[in-house]
Design a protein around this ligand. Sequence first.
Ligand code: FMN
Length: 324
Amino acid sequence: MQTAYTIEQLRAAVADAVRAPSLHNSQPWRFRLRDGGIEVSVDPARRLPATDPSGWGARLACGAALFNLRLSLAVAGTPAQVRLRPYPADSDVVARLVPDRPRRPTPTEQSLHGAIAHRFSNRAPFWPDPVPADARWRLGEAAQTEGAWLELVIGTSAVAMVAEIARSANRVLERDPAYRAEAAEWIRSEPADDGIPAAAGGPKSEPQDLLPQRAFGTRHRAPGRDFEPEPLVAVLGSPSDATTDQIAAGQALQRVLLTATDAGLSVSMLSQPIEVPGAREQLRLALGRYGTPQMVMRIGFGQPGWPTPRRSPAEVIDLAVPQA
Ligand SMILES: Cc1cc2nc3c(=O)[nH]c(=O)nc-3n(C[C@H](O)[C@H](O)[C@H](O)COP(=O)(O)O)c2cc1C
């Protein structure tokens, strides 16, 4: 049995890991080999102080990247055993992966891995077709498999309540000039390997919109092409809100997103009601759930789109490794 990962295996797995989503496509991750294990860390240079002062978003993004790493290694026949927060004194190190007993990848691992390159945030209006019951079930199961819960918000009044919480959180955030400036800094009108390309920003918000869009969109929508009136809204949550819960929630988020992609569904994420503490608590109470909401999603059938750019593995792998 292999006891240490090689640099080639690290490079191949990181090419999948970097496809994970992150706040403003900030890609707040670093990867390295240390004593034969692959380590994933938050990149302190890529924190978003105004949008993500606690580091919640960076930990979710690193958790999502970790899920892709796990899939990639499993599909290559070199599955990993994972320890979250392996060094209590170094909170930036999110996870350490060491080779596990070799086994064949499962069909689910293969199909989720196949979805990595096709997943993207779709901020455009979706078609009105409802999400079928079996797909809804698969999404909930995906969250549970990673130790999280997924609450599908059912019924017009329940969706209206979640939407109102999200809109009021958005108003709170938009009042802060530093938050607005930080979001604007990540919108890209020229080709770049991070940030949000203007074309991926979705249409500009209009007063009739039920859910608040982040102000990434610069284009006006085609006449009559409004957002779907009854979107499928889902809230992903974790049992608690320790840093390890947030990393696990990132893995669950990515499993839900890839399951949706594999089922032909589109997703956009809305984290304003998670970022404002009062709104997050209101959301939890509105859902009647224990635990902590970690992400709100809009799910449906969308128009085709394109994955956004990423930095290459070489830019996010640290070769100079500290001694253990
Ligand atoms: C923690 C977190 C919070 C996010 N919040 C939002 C959001 O509020 N609005 C939004 O449009 N996208 C949000 N996103 C999606 C990112 O903007 C998106 O993942 C990133 O731009 C990369 O694009 P991709 O998802 O198409 O790969 C969030 C992603 C993460 C991981």
